[in-house]
Structures are given as C-alpha cells and as structure tokens.
Design a protein around this ligand. Structure first.
Ligand code: TYM
Length: 332
C-alpha cells in the first residue's frame, strides 16, 4: 500500500496539523510505503516572502523528522525538486472542470481573504494537489477534515482521466482519503467555531508544536468554554467539545471515555489535565527539533535523497500519462 500526503511550509505548525495529519504520517510508516512532500509550490499561491519560504521549509522538514518520520522508512522531499508535479498539473488541467475549481471552499475563502492579487495559482491549487498524489499512484491520503473536498476532486480527476484515456485500464489510481476518527478538525481555543489555523489572527487560540510548556498551559487556561459546568460536548458546547476532542486524540482514546473520566470535574481542573497531556505529547518533538533544525545541510541531503527516490516513481507515471494523452513522441 502506498500512502502520500503533503504539508505546506508556511507559518508555524500547530496542534491541528499535528493531530490531524502529522501523527498519521508517523503511524503510516508501519502500514505501508509512505511518501511525504513539503509543498512549497502550493505556498506561493498567496502573498509570501521568498526568504521566509526557505526558512519555513527547513522548519517544517525538521518538525517532521523530530515527530518521527524516518528517511530510511519513508520518502520525504520538497515538491519543487520533482518537476513531474508541475508537468502533471498542466496535463490534468485538461480533465478538470473549471466550474468545480471555482466552487471549491478553499478558493472561495482564500480569494476573499487576499487583499491584493487573487492569483490563478489559487484556482489551480487543487489540480497541483491532485498531481502530487496521482503521480505516485498512491492508495491512501492521510489528511485532516479540511482537505476532504480536495481529495474528492483528485478522485474525480483520476476517474475522468482513466475514462478518457485509459482504454479500460486504471492508469491513475483513485486514492482514498484517510481522516482520523478523533481530531480531524481541531478548533481555535479562542474562537471554537473556527478551525485552528496558521493564518488565524488569534495566536492565543493556536497551540504551536514548538510552544514552550508554559505557553501551552496559558493557552489552555484561557481557552473559551461556555457558561455551563459539565465536561460534555454537544450544541453550544463547542469550546469544551474541542478540548474533549484534543484530549481524546493525544491519549489515543475517544470522547466517551474522556467525558466519563471527567464527569465530576470542574472546567478548571479539566483544562489543566488537557494542557498537561498536550505538553507531554509535544515534548519529545520540541526536544529533538533544535538539533535537527540547526543542520541545514543535513536537511538538504535528506530532501535531495527523497526527491531522487520520488522522481524515480513519478517519472514512470508521467511517461504513461504522456503516452496515453498523445503528448510527445510515441514510446518505442
Ligand atoms: P496544510 O499544510 O494546510 O495542512 C497540513 C495538514 O494538517 C491538517 N490540518 C488540520 N487537521 C486537524 N485540525 C486542524 N485544525 C487542521 N489544520 C490543518 C490538514 O488537513 C492537512 O492534512 N493542501 C494541503 C497540502 C497538500 C496535500 C497534497 C495534502 C498539498 N498536496 C497532497 C495531501 C495530499 C494543505 O494546505 O495542508
């Protein structure tokens, strides 16, 4: 089984990224052939600073390694090092419906948020994402809930490609999305109706992977809850529901078990328990991060080796796609 996922090298990685995605990447190394890509080409579809982009790329690489991605057991690479992704994007544009791209939630949200230019890249973003996965004929895509629509689109693109050019064969694999049962959508601690995100203007509501323990404790202490007193999820209880979800995710248990354990607890006591579980959960990553981040040349060597191995796979798919589409000289 081949597993592929991508992560943007923007901003600081947060608890939502970790629980929804990174934790799944680590465990997928046990289940199959993991291919993980730091998607710098996706990051240039909104306003950004070139120098920052490189810095954040190393930060993200070091976080993934610190979290437990092992280059001996998976492929870890930078998207822009493998030109097959951009070539396949263009080829797949021919089997992607324009109206569908215009209706994607992320395009609508991000184009409203852009103060200056709404780039064509923002519209084509999901096709690049389809190319990322389809180039490897991956079977599974571990992501958080917010990426479900993108995975649906890539499935349709693969199906349409196969129907148009496959002559009855599955040239491109139609991937499945793998969304965790607990922690698929971690919400902002200050605004629990919004998902935790890098672009939010609520740093107090966002727990970063590299936050110091004291900062984490403070953020949970001031997390917005509600006027009730029961540790239980449900309507009007988004704040507490989110904390229950976080605790269940970091413990690897479920919401029902957390609610039962804290049935008699007060909010303050419960928040402290969530904070200490999260501190413990992230501590090993933070401890390993600094040493890894300091060695940029070692990070480059890992990415270069990953890109070489990725390219060996993607180039085979591209040769098939070009052949099927009648692009370039026929194969001998
Ligand atoms: P990105 O970089 O925004 O997020 C990386 C991963 O983190 C998950 N995530 C969350 N999960 C739970 N709760 C949250 N609050 C939360 N916020 C983010 C995301 O679902 C994602 O899995 N378009 C993608 C990157 C990408 C990709 C791909 C993913 C590019 N090509 C191919 C899979 C396959 C993105 O922007 O993720």
């Amino acid at each position: 089984m081949r597993i592929f996922s991508g992560i943007q090298p923007t901003g600081r990685k947060h608890l939502g990224n970790y629980i929804g995605a990174i934790a799944q990447y680590i465990s997928s190394q046990e289940r199959g052939e993991g291919i993980f890509c730091i998607v710098d080409l996706h990051a240039i579809t909104v306003a950004y600073e070139p120098i920052e982009l490189r810095e954040r790329l190393y930060d993200t690489t070091a976080i993934l390694l610190a979290a437990g991605l092992d280059p001996a057991r998976c492929i870890l690479f930078r998207q822009s090092d493998v030109p097959e992704h951009t070539e396949l994007t263009w080829l797949l544009c021919g089997v992607t419906e324009l109206g569908r791209l215009q209706r994607m939630h992320q395009f609508r949200d991000k184009s409203i948020a852009q103060r200056e230019l709404v780039s064509a890249g923002l519209l084509v973003y999901p096709v690049l994402m389809a190319a990322d996965v389809l180039a490897y004929r991956a079977h599974e895509v571990p992501v958080g809930e917010d990426q479900r629509e993108h995975v649906e689109l890539m499935r349709d693109v693969a199906r349409r490609f196969n129907a148009r050019f496959g002559e009855g064969k599955e040239i491109l694999v139609v991937p499945e999305c793998r969304i965790p049962e607990v922690g698929a959508r971690i919400m902002d601690l200050q605004e629990p109706a919004r998902k935790m995100s890098t672009t939010s203007d609520s740093p107090q509501g966002t727990v970063y992977v590299l936050d110091e323990p004291r900062a984490i404790e403070k953020k949970f202490k001031s997390a917005v809850t509600d006027s009730g007193s029961e540790v239980r999820g449900g309507p009007e209880k988004e704040g507490i529901g989110n904390l229950i979800e976080i605790l269940a995710a970091v413990r690897g248990s479920d919401r029902v078990a957390v609610e039962a354990e804290f049935a008699d607890a007060r909010y303050g006591e419960f928040k402290a328990a969530v904070a200490s579980a999260v501190v413990e959960y992230l501590a090993p990553v933070r401890e390993r991060y600094q040493a890894l981040r300091a060695e940029e040349s070692a990070l480059e060597a890992i990415l270069a080796d990953g890109a070489e191995r990725a390219r060996a796979i993607a180039s085979v798919t591209l040769a098939d796609v070009r052949e099927r589409m009648g692009v370039g000289a026929a194969r001998a």
